[in-house]
Write a new protein. Structure first.
Length: 462
């Protein structure tokens, strides 16, 4: 029976002068799938049949009957019509939830087929001769909003979405059938149960609303681009206005709007990365500046992923933009701080030590200290200050605590080098705090032979 349906579809397509490719494009299917339908290998959905009929310029009933005129020219609504429709019962059974009824002008059922498990026929009842509303809905009068009377009154097809008295949802199409003498003979009524689909749509709608609410509260802007030559923007999340100060329509309606926001110093780098690196790697993360709608520049991190079609060709780009201005400012400040640290500490020729006030452990030393004391930096860092200061552990800890209280900033000590040699030094000390830990930063100056009369371990003078 699928083959009969496919043959009917092929005949109507050929009568319309369309190729499979042309009809497939109009219906929104692949020509390969359409070919499978015509060969009777697959059964299309009700919505697909609707689109096929529209593309062919015929009533959907034409795809179920040999011709609509067969109904019109049937002299008696009996065996001839029944024979024609029964031949197509197998086709109709392949469409879950579909009910096809032919009723007369009094709404009495002349022929019916259904694959709806909730119908009276599924319970073994014969509905022929009964009024539709009596057989299917147990009502004495026509159902409110029924499209059959409307179609017969207008003498033209009527379609729409209708809720049954039991609360089920149906997609309906009613087509009036005229006799050979031009009089109305009845109507063909097609209904598809979409109750489950409606429930899914409502659940999806609720999920979409929750997702949109979540996206609107996130600092990430989601967008999509057509992976064609111009990489045109096809969508952008609404929170782009809150994050970057521009309305979503600006990106969708103004070609190249996003590129126009990029800082001139970053623009060339982006043009080189997109599309070349993106097409090569399929994934790309970039950091650059864009102009905010309120003025000024904002740093963003843009993560792009390329999606390809079944033929392997680039089809679409999905991206996520995060405002990283604050973290970028911290990063820049950190780099500047590290540069100052290198200039003032690591590259300085003055011996420098950083000592923990609480433990007396040397936390850091610069290369000049390594050269002066003769210990490698890996050993100096972690050594107790008493290992090089001749005051002894107890006295040197007292001096550290006093220096931390800023009572003294110039001290004189005798320090021992790795080879055992003793040197008189001046220590210019500064109390600091690093990560909540009190430390002493010392600038060590060798004064051996210059101030031998000065007491070692006491305060110094200028």
């Amino acid at each position: 029976m699928k083959k009969r349906f496919g043959n009917r579809l092929r005949n109507l397509r050929q009568q319309a002068g369309l190729t499979q490719v042309q009809l497939a494009e109009r219906v929104g299917l692949s020509d390969r799938y359409l070919g499978r339908v015509e060969r009777g290998m697959v059964s299309p959905s009700f919505e697909c049949i609707e689109r096929m009929a529209q593309a062919l310029g015929v009533d959907p009933a034409e795809l179920f009957l040999t011709a609509g005129q067969m109904l019109a020219h049937a002299p008696v609504m009996g065996s001839t019509l029944d024979d024609v429709l029964q031949e197509r019962a197998a086709i109709l059974r392949a469409l879950p939830g579909l009910t096809v009824k032919f009723v007369d002008t009094d709404l009495r059922i002349l022929w019916v087929h259904t694959s709806d498990p909730e119908s009276p026929m599924a319970r073994g009842l014969d509905c022929t001769g009964q009024r539709c509303h009596e057989a299917f809905h147990d009502r004495q009068e026509a159902c409110p909003g029924c499209l059959v009377p409307q179609a017969m009154a207008r003498l033209e097809p009527v379609e729409g979405e209708v809720a049954s008295p039991a609360g089920r949802s149906f997609l309906i199409r009613c087509t009036p059938v005229m006799g050979g003498d031009g009089t109305l003979r009845g109507a063909l009524h097609l209904s598809l149960d979409i109750t489950a689909r409606k429930a899914v749509e409502e659940a999806l709608s609720a999920t979409r609303r929750r997702l949109e609410h979540m996206l609107s509260s996130l600092p990430v802007v989601l967008y999509a681009l057509d992976a064609g030559a111009d990489f045109a923007q096809t969508s952008v999340s609404d929170n782009v206005q809150e994050v970057l100060g521009h309305h979503p329509s600006d990106f969708l309606e103004t070609p190249g709007f996003w590129r126009s926001l990029v800082h001139p110093a970053d623009s060339q780098r982006l043009r080189q990365a997109i599309p070349n690196r993106l097409i090569e790697q399929n994934f790309l993360t970039l950091e650059y500046r864009v102009r905010h709608g309120a003025g000024g520049w904002r740093w963003v991190r843009d993560s792009l992923r390329l999606q390809r079609g079944e033929d392997g060709k680039p089809r679409e780009v999905f991206g996520a933009v995060l405002d990283i201005t604050d973290s970028k400012a911290s990063e820049i400040a950190l780099r500047e701080s590290e540069a100052r640290y290198r200039t003032l500490f690591l590259d300085n020729c003055t011996v420098q030590l950083v000592t923990d006030v609480t433990t007396g452990v040397i936390l850091d030393a610069n290369p000049a200290a390594e050269a002066f004391y003769g210990y490698p930096l890996s050993e100096l860092r972690g050594m107790h200050i008493a290992s090089i200061n001749m005051l002894g552990p107890v006295k040197v800890m007292d001096v550290l605590r006093e220096a931390s209280a800023s009572r003294q900033n110039l001290l004189r000590f005798r320090h021992r080098l790795s080879g055992g040699e003793l040197r008189d030094v001046e220590a210019r000390v500064t109390a600091l705090e690093i990560s909540g830990r009190p430390v002493i930063h010392s600038l060590i100056i060798d004064v051996t032979g210059l101030r031998t009369s000065e007491p070692v371990g006491g305060p110094g003078g200028d």
